[in-house]
Design a protein around this ligand. Sequence first.
Ligand code: AMP
Ligand code: MG
Length: 351
Amino acid sequence: MDTKIIILDVNNIARDIINEAGQVIKDGGLVAFPTETVYGLGANALDKNAVEKIFKAKGRPQDNPLIVHVANCNIENLVKEVPNIANEIMSKYWPGPITLIFNKSELIPDTTSAGLKTVGIRMPSSIIARKLIEAAGTPIAAPSANISGRPSPTEVESCIEDLSGKIEYILGGEKSQIGLESTIVDCTCNPPCILRPGAITLEMLKEIDDRIYIDKSIMSKPKKDFKPRAPGMKYRHYAPKAPVKIISGDIEKTIAKINEIVQTNMGNKKIGIIATDETKDKYPYGTVVSLGNRKQLDTVGRNLFEVLRSFDAIDVDLILSEAFEEKGLGYAIMNRLKKSAGFDITLRIGK
Ligand code: AMP
Ligand code: MG
């Protein structure tokens, strides 16, 4: 299939291009598009045949549901009911990087919800995304626009790498501002529960209701018979080709440990190091990439997936990463890093 690729000027979004891409969605085709979290791979959320194409293009497991993207807060026809707490979260954080889970209405096909009785809905703040949804005249189901298992794309080049030739249209325009997928909050239970951490943090949600909590299972390796509340939790994710090891604890000891591992393995392995601006000059060997300044976790979050992808391009054999404190945005960053490492190989040094 020929894929049409258009990079939009964010400050002057071309109406005719948005309309053309919207028409592709209306006609049951697939469009990759930017959002503030990561790039999405979109189809008409209400058309089961269109949604099936997303699963095929990504190689996505059939039991992993999609998030439905909307352009405004009028979601009544998509869900059975909107609990008060969901209304409060929506009025405070929509449009923005947070997905809410509701009991779904008959309008949402089972393919979109992967057989669940619930549906995840989000209103993105990205103007291109919202204009596309409006032009399509329908909610857009969109998981991240990567081949299943790979780190999510935050730049159009990564979408092109993964999906060119497999879908009708790729819209580029802006690097994703946040770079991590949306926070997911299950509003079908009381109190609501965070199923995936993201840029809208636990601390921010507790301002609305301090009973909101994080599902315990999201920071540990799932057991074999684990039935996750967010099915995506059970899959290996965000994974570059090479194994990832996270070294956590005191930063000076972390640096020493990483250098020790690099020196021991240097003879037979090409090693990538995920460092930060404060530490990057302290690694004499290996391919060192900085995620940014430790005091600016938003930059670290924005860079994480492309840094993981960059190690694929240079074919390293092993990736060693520094860790971040698991609070605020650091919680979401560590969740993605741990998933990319397969959870169970974190080396804790001291503290
Ligand atoms: P992606 O956008 O590729 O990160 O995929 C969407 C994520 O949202 C997946 O991990 C799903 O498990 C999660 N998700 C979507 N809908 C639901 C739902 N109804 N219940 C729980 N999790 C959901
Ligand atoms: Mg994904």
